[in-house]
Write a protein that binds this ligand. Structure first.
Ligand code: FES
Ligand SMILES: [Fe+2]
Length: 393
C-alpha cells in the first residue's frame, strides 16, 4: 500500500474543490485501506440510517427476522401491539442471542436459561430468579435501536442521538413522488455478500454508463448508456444524488421490452415515462426506478473487502393485482442484471491490489460518482485542504 490514511483524506478533500466533470475515480487504496475503512465504519455506518429490509417482511404481529447490522445482532419484530421495533437480541442474563433466523412468536424464550421476553422487548418471566437480590425485572428489557419506516422501507440507526430519518429523505421523496413508492410490493428478493469494498458496489449502483458494457445484453438494450443525463439537483441538497437514462428510440416508439413501463401511468410526466431514474441516498441506499417498478439495494460493509447486499424488485400493487405472474415473468432477467452488477464489485476487487492499478478520469455520465466522492469528503475529510494529489491528478 503506497498511501497512508492521511494521504487518502487529502485525496478525498480535493474532491470538494473539483468540478464533477473534472473528477477521477478514487485511488485504489481507498478500497483497501483498513484505517480508512475503520473511519468509514465509525463516522458513516455507525451514525447513518441503514436500510435493513421492508415493512412487508414482518406483516403480522409476532413476525420477526434477525439481521447483523455492522456487527450488532438485531431482531426486527412486529410486536403484538402492531409496532415494528429493532431490538438487540442479546439476553440480559448472560448474553445468549434470544432468537435467530426468522419466524412468528408471541414470546422470545432464551435458549440458555429460558428467560422470556415479550415482542416489545420487555422481560416477562425469568425462572428461579426470586433468590437474587440483584434482579429487577423492569431493568432487564432487551435494548431497542432507532428504527423508522420510509415508504415501506425499514431503516435502523445505531446512533441513539442521530437526526430523524424522514427529513433526510424529504428531497429525494419530492423528486420521486410520481413513482408512488409507498404503493409498491416486493416480488423479488435479493440478499447476498459480494467480495469487494462497499464503495465499489455503491458507485456501480449510481450510474447508467455501465449499461454499455455490463448490461449490454439486458437493460442496456432498452436504456443505452448514451441516453444518460444528470437532472437538475434539488437546491442545496446533499442527501442524495441522481441520474436518468432515456430509453432507445425504438422503445420510445413502442417496441416491447420486459422492463417497459407498466401499470397506471397517468401520474407520470413525459420525462418519467421515457427514462429510467436512479436515486442514491447517502450513504448506502439506492433505487433504480421505472414507471411502475423499483429495483432497490442497500449495502453494508462486512470488513474492508466484503459487502452485504440486501435488495429487491418492487412493482405497484395494481400491477401485481392485474398480473399475478409478473414475478415469474421477470425473475430471470432481474437476477441476471443483479449478477451482472455483482461483477462490478467482485471482478474489480480481485485486481485492486495490483501494483500498477491506477485511478482514471470519470465520464460526464458519472457525475453521481463524483457526488458520492464529495459526500465521502464532506463526511470524512471536510477539514482537509486540497493537496497536490487532487481529484484530477
Ligand atoms: S443467557 Fe438468556 S436466560 Fe441465561
Ligand atoms: Fe447495473
Amino acid at each position: 500500500m503506497t498511501k497512508s490514511l492521511d494521504d487518502l483524506l487529502d485525496d478525498l478533500g480535493a474532491y470538494l474543490t473539483t468540478p464533477d466533470n473534472a473528477c477521477w475515480s478514487l485511488p485504489r487504496e481507498a478500497y483497501l485501506d483498513p484505517d480508512l475503512h475503520a473511519l468509514e465504519v465509525r463516522e458513516i455506518f455507525e451514525k447513518s440510517w441503514l436500510c435493513v429490509g421492508r415493512d412487508e417482511y414482518v406483516p403480522e404481529p409476532g413476525d420477526y427476522y434477525t439481521i447483523d447490522v455492522m456487527g450488532e445482532p438485531v431482531i426486527i419484530v412486529r410486536g403484538t401491539d402492531g409496532r415494528v421495533r429493532a431490538l438487540n437480541s442479546v439476553c440480559r442474563h448472560r448474553y445468549m442471542p434470544v432468537v435467530q433466523d426468522r419466524g412468528n412468536t408471541k414470546r422470545f424464550v432464551c435458549p440458555y436459561h429460558a428467560w422470556v421476553y415479550g415482542t416489545d422487548g420487555r422481560l416477562v418471566a425469568a425462572p428461579h430468579m426470586e433468590g437474587s437480590a440483584a434482579f429487577d425485572k423492569k431493568a432487564c428489557s432487551l435494548p431497542e435501536y432507532r428504527l423508522d419506516n420510509w415508504m415501506g422501507f425499514l431503516f435502523v440507526n445505531l446512533d441513539d442521538d442521530a437526526e430523524p430519518l424522514q427529513p433526510m429523505m424529504a428531497s429525494m421523496e419530492k423528486a420521486s413522488v410520481n413513482y408512488r413508492i409507498a404503493d409498491q410490493t416486493e416480488i423479488f428478493h435479493y440478499e447476498t455478500t459480494w467480495n469487494g469494498n462497499w464503495k465499489l458496489s455503491a458507485e456501480n449502483s449510481m450510474e447508467y454508463y455501465h449499461h454499455i458494457g455490463l448490461h449490454a445484453d439486458t437493460v442496456g438494450v432498452q436504456m443505452p448508456a448514451k441516453g444518460t443525463y444528470i437532472p437538475e439537483s434539488p437546491a442545496s441538497d446533499d442527501t442524495f444524488t441522481h441520474e436518468r437514462c432515456r430509453m432507445g428510440d425504438a422503445f420510445l416508439g413502442g417496441k416491447a421490452h420486459a422492463m417497459n413501463p407498466v401499470g397506471d401511468l397517468s401520474g407520470m410526466t413525459q420525462e418519467e415515462l421515457e427514462t429510467g431514474y436512479m436515486v442514491y441516498v447517502f450513504p448506502a441506499f439506492t433505487m433504480a426506478m421505472r414507471p411502475g417498478t423499483n429495483n432497490w439495494l442497500s449495502f453494508r460493509p462486512d470488513g474492508v473487502e466484503k459487502t452485504k447486499v440486501l435488495g429487491g424488485y418492487l412493482v405497484w400493487n395494481e400491477v401485481l393485482a392485474d398480473n399475478p405472474d409478473i414475478a415469474d415473468q421477470r425473475r430471470d432477467l432481474i437476477a441476471k442484471v443483479n449478477e451482472e452488477d455483482a461483477l462490478a464489485t467482485t471482478e474489480l476487487a480481485k485486481v485492486m491490489r495490483s501494483r500498477k492499478a491506477a485511478r482514471g478520469p470519470l465520464s460526464h455520465f458519472e457525475g453521481t460518482v463524483a457526488q458520492f466522492s464529495k459526500y465521502l469528503a464532506r463526511t470524512l475529510a471536510a477539514d482537509r485542504k486540497p493537496s497536490q494529489a487532487t481529484a484530477a491528478e
